[in-house]
Design a protein. Structure first.
Length: 333
């Protein structure tokens, strides 16, 4: 083999390696962009679709990571149409990450102020920590999810003196739920669901406020329709009387990136955490992914309320963070 032939063979081999890298980069980028596009497309058209879309929508902000890797692959491949695709996806993700829903100060003067706490104690295991948090922060109303029989008994024993009013749905495991209140409560039918979702009307300094605990089924594979139906049931609480002051609180198993949850917000509710400046603070899974989780535990309020000082607490033995927020009810809101 002559020197010229060897040089030509080396050049051909090098060109083949470069071509292989470009093909790898192009295919890798296309696969990443295709997966992200499905989720972003469902977010854009307002559907939660089917598994795994609703599960991935909960973590929509983190789709920035595969999109960024896809853009790096397009540079490796010198695939410029793919680079445009990736930039468009980045722009859409940035748009959707912004807070959803309208905000604005309620009309009229404040007529009552009270503090709300919501906590998923995960099969009752975090009840002792919740009792300590309640004694320390002194909320006026406490919404407790996954409060099974031993949790219910402990709350009765430790907190009844300070919270003489309660509404509960008894159940084992994740089915039990309790509303504790310093204010007198009038019972309501609550919202039918797989998990307990009791409701009540509180007499807050002479003003009737509808309280509703939220704990719809999570969007598990094969049960997305149940999750959507139970979120619609919560929406019906608001639409039944759009002029009534309402507080919905609990583990919604949904974030603002879920269409079913946005429809709930569109019924006239605001997210108290967002109103208080704490948008997208993760609340689950607090134990395994405290930084990269989703905000699925919420306090939602009707337009008569202002919200302030949202705080997220880490209790031992639960994968959910506890949310505490101060609310002000305004007359004429």
């Amino acid at each position: 083999m002559t020197a010229e032939t060897a040089e030509w063979a080396d050049a051909r081999e090098e060109a083949g390696r470069r071509s292989g890298k470009r093909r790898f980069g192009g295919w890798s980028a296309a696969l990443l962009f295709a997966g992200v596009s499905v989720i972003v497309g469902c977010r854009a058209v307002g559907t939660d679709a089917v598994t795994p879309v609703p599960q991935l929508l909960a973590f929509l902000p983190w789709l920035l990571v595969p999109t960024a890797f896809g853009l790096l692959f397009t540079l490796l491949a010198r695939w410029w149409p793919g680079a445009v695709w990736g930039v468009v996806l980045l722009g859409l993700l940035a748009w959707f990450i912004e807070p959803y829903g309208k905000t604005g100060a309620p009309a009229g003067p404040p007529v009552a102020e009270f503090r709300v706490m919501t906590s998923n104690v995960e099969f009752g295991r975090a009840t002792a920590g919740l009792v300590d948090a309640v004694r320390r922060l002194k909320p006026d109303v406490v919404f407790v999810q996954e409060c099974e029989y031993t949790c219910d008994a402990l709350l009765r024993r430790e907190l009844t003196a300070d919270y003489p009013h309660r509404r509960a749905v008894a159940g084992g495991g994740s089915e039990g739920s309790v509303i504790l209140s310093r204010f007198p409560l009038k019972g309501t039918d609550g919202v039918p669901g797989t998990l307990g979702m009791p409701g009540a009307v509180a007499d807050v300094d002479g003003h009737a406020v509808r309280l509703q605990l939220a704990h719809p089924m999570p969007p598990l594979p094969g049960q997305v329709d149940v999750w959507e139906r139970e979120l619609r049931g919560l929406r019906d609480v608001v639409t039944a009387d759009p002029t009534a002051p309402v507080v919905l609180a609990g583990d919604f198993n949904a974030s603002q990136d879920h269409a079913a949850f946005r429809r709930l917000l569109d019924s006239g509710l605001g997210d108290a955490a967002r109103l208080g400046g704490a948008h997208r603070v993760p609340t689950w899974p607090a134990r395994t992914m405290p930084t990269f989780g989703a905000q699925i535990d919420h306090v939602l309020v009707s337009r008569q309320f202002a919200a302030d000082r949202p705080r997220f607490l880490d209790l031992a033995d639960t994968d959910h963070r506890t949310l505490v927020v101060d609310l002000a009810l305004h007359h004429g809101g």
